[in-house]
Structure formats: structure tokens, C-alpha cells
Design a binder for this molecule. Sequence first.
Ligand SMILES: Cc1cc2nc3c(=O)[nH]c(=O)nc-3n(C[C@H](O)[C@H](O)[C@H](O)COP(=O)(O)OP(=O)(O)OC[C@H]3O[C@@H](n4cnc5c(N)ncnc54)[C@H](O)[C@@H]3O)c2cc1C
Length: 461
Amino acid sequence: MSGLPAASVEELSEQVRGPVFRPGRKGYDEERSGFQTNFRHRPAVIVGATGAADVCAAVAFAGTHGLPVAVQLTGHGLAVAAQGEGLLVSTRRMTGVEIDPQARTARIEAGVRWEQAIAQAARHGLAPLNGSAPHVGAVGYTLGGGTGLLARQYGYAADHVRGIDVVLADGTLRHVTADSDPDLFWALRGGRDNFGIATSMEVGLFPITRLYGGGLFFAAESVPEVLSAYLAWTETVPEELTSSVSLLLHPDLPVIPEPLRGRYVAHVRIAYTGDTASGERLVAPLRAIAPRLIDSVREMPYTQSGSIYNDPVFPHAYYGNNILLGAMDAAVLVKTVLDVAGPEAPAVCVIDLRHLGGALSRPPAVAGAVGNRDAEYMLRVLTPLAATDIDIARPVHRRLFEALRPWTTGRTLNFIYADEHMPDQTSFVYAPDDLRRLVELKKVYDPTNMFRYNHNIPPAD
Ligand SMILES: Cc1cc2nc3c(=O)[nH]c(=O)nc-3n(C[C@H](O)[C@H](O)[C@H](O)COP(=O)(O)OP(=O)(O)OC[C@H]3O[C@@H](n4cnc5c(N)ncnc54)[C@H](O)[C@@H]3O)c2cc1C
């Protein structure tokens, strides 16, 4: 078993409250499985942590045995998979959420998915800065930046973290704030899984209970016009409105609503915190483009905000990446996207173009490592691997990103998914000075690069 003696694993089992899983034993495959099914961790041992003490014991054990350490909740954002070696900390049992309605904060444990925090915050008339999919993990999302439904109004989720409990490479638990450890606090918010395992975090909540939001679906023949009109329209909207447009071919399956089944469509997604009347006025130019196959933009409680994107909830195999774009000619963008990754492309491509700017472009109250704040749009491309082989998808994605290189300002960490042939991505994610600072801090906090199943920031020489 990858050089890890069974007796050592027995010893680990005695040190933690949660279960310990070894390859080939009951529960191992279930515990390592996640949302991404094409790449999966296959570690030498898994600890199903029940709390911070288990994470400390697991990391200390890994230190003693020279094992690299991975952490996983949902597997939505798996970056680099353990291949037969290493220790995986599974956080799915750490599901505590505590709301402080007076302070407008939530303390969220590492195993919490956004849906749980959204529901608990809503009881107090508050909302967190979650993303499009409520089943994504709150801690991984936030430490990776977190570009949420209300991003243009409030900025990155990472900008609203007040404190982080993190287990460092030496197995100690530290409560990290801007005052206690300014460098580490800066690095964790954007450096994600390079500096330790966050066991919980305290985040700001916002007085949002409702939205005017939903989706507008347009048929294939309107797609070029929708994309052009959407780009022009984004220049006119206030920061209280965050939106995106997706281009995708829906599978011809009974679970897909009939008007979309088997069709290539443009799906514009809207989240507006202003009142319904002004929301209707803002959305009117989009509704005027063409008849909608489905129009679900409406007044809704914030607890239903997951319906805006309606992201798939079932595990599947996918391959994808993103680029951040500065100011560019909209006509060039539309033509490039449709020519390279449109419905005629050799690979099935789901395009997601998100409008950034607003609070995302302003420096936060407490600086963090999230970079590329000058971007105006994020362009994602994702290929479901049930539809297209990864070897066919790779060159299509590469051609798209290459064609848009003159306008590309970087990449966002949260949407860089696993690929064993992926070159280093960190130079795209962080500003050069920030990356140098991260490399120096990695040497301080993780000199042996124990936390390396990630888009890796190597320790300075
Ligand atoms: C359907 C879907 C919709 C999404 N929508 C958005 C969106 O709107 N905005 C956005 O910004 N992102 C979005 N994402 C990306 C998502 O935020 C990232 O994939 C995120 O990393 C997922 O975190 P997780 O814990 O759920 O996944 P996991 O795969 O379990 O973890 C993802 C990464 O975070 C690290 N990590 C997890 N837990 C910890 C921890 N406790 N301490 C330190 N590191 C940790 C892991 O090492 C791993 O590299 C979406 C992803 C999917 C699949």
C-alpha cells in the first residue's frame, strides 16, 4: 500500500475520531468520489475528519510519514489528483454553521455547502456571497476567490472573510485574522489550498432576502445577436445587477425542459438586488432581442437563487478552464467564440461569459491574493467528457484562448479544472509581485510543499 505500513494506519485510526479508509477497503471509493468523475484522488489513506482535531492529527501523521496532503469536500474543483500516494482529508462531516445576526457574520465549517449557509442566513434576513451552484463547498470556493451571484455589488467572497481557522503543515491549528497574521491571512484568501487546510472561516453576510432574477433562453438562430446585444447591454447596467450568458447544447433527455431539449441556446442569467419595477426596466432591452424559449426572470426569495443558473447537480466528467478579459471589441469576441467554440466546433463546448467589474475591480478593505481585478469579463469554456474526448476538447479550448490572448488579463483559480497535461497556471492567476510574495510565504508555512495537490505555489529555493 504505497509504502505505508498497515500498523501505521491503525495508529492513525486511534488518533482520530472520524473513519480512516485504505485502498481496497470498504468506504474508500465512496469517500474519495466527488462531482468530477474524470479525475479522482486515489490516495494511500483517507481521513474522514469530524473536526479540527482530526485534521491536526491527520496532517501531523502525514508530516511524520513524509506524505503529501490533499483536501476535498465536494470534488467540484479538483485540480491535481493524488495517484496512489499521499493522504486525503475529507471534510464532508464538518458541517457546522453558526450565524451571528448582530455582527452579520457566519462561521462556516470546512464541510458546509453553500445551500446550508444560505438557508441558515435567510432565517435572519441575511445572505452569504455564494456562487451559482448551491451544492458547491463554501470554504474551497471562498479561498479560491469566489465570484458570486452578487459579485458586482459586493466583490469577491474572499474579500469578506473575517477570520480563518487553518491547520498548517506542522499539524498545528491557528486562528488567522488580518491582525494576528497579516501575511498568512493575505495568502490564504486567493492561495486556497497551498498554505494549509481551513477547518472553518468567518465571513460577512449581507441584508439580502430577495432578488429580481432568473434566466432568459434564446433559440440558436438568435445566438449571435443575443451575444452582441448582451455585451453592449452590460455597459449600461448598475452594480446591483450581476449577469452572465451561457451558450450550450442541451442534451436530448427527458430531464431537460421540452423547449430546450436537444437545442443549442443562449441562456442569459440575471441577479439584481433592486426592486422588481426597475429590474423589469433593466431587462427589457434583452427581452426585446427575440422571443424567449423560456423566461424565468422574476421576483424570488434569495433561497431560490440556485435556480438562476440551474447548474447540474449530478457528478460527471468535465474539462474546462477560463480567461479573464480586459476591454475588447465585442464583434471580435462574438465572432471568435462562435467560430472556434460554437455549435459547429469539433468539441461540445459550454461557454459561460460573466460580466465582472463593479466592486470586483475595487481594492478590498483588507488585501488578499486574488488577482486580475481589472478584468471586465470572465470567459469559461467547459466540455462534458461524455460528449467529447478530452484529446479533442484540448486543442479547441487552446485555439479559443490563443485567439483571445491579446485581450487576456489572467485566469481565475476557481474555474481551472484538472488536466494531467496542464502547464503551470499560477502565473496567470496571480500578479507577478503577488506570486513572488506567495512563493516566499510558502517557504515559511509549507517548506516541504506538503500541500501540493493544487495549482501549486512552490516554496522559494
Ligand atoms: C457547477 C459549478 C458551479 C460553480 N460556480 C461557481 C461560481 O459561481 N463562482 C465561483 O467562484 N466558482 C464556482 N465554481 C467553482 C468552485 O468554486 C470551485 O470548484 C471550488 O473550488 C469548489 O470547492 P469545493 O470545496 O466544492 O470542491 P473541492 O473539489 O472539494 O475543493 C476544491 C479545491 O478547494 C480546495 N479546498 C477544499 N476545501 C478546502 C479547505 N477546507 N481548505 C483549503 N482548501 C480547500 C481543494 O484542495 C481543491 O483544490 C463552480 C463549480 C461548479 C462545478
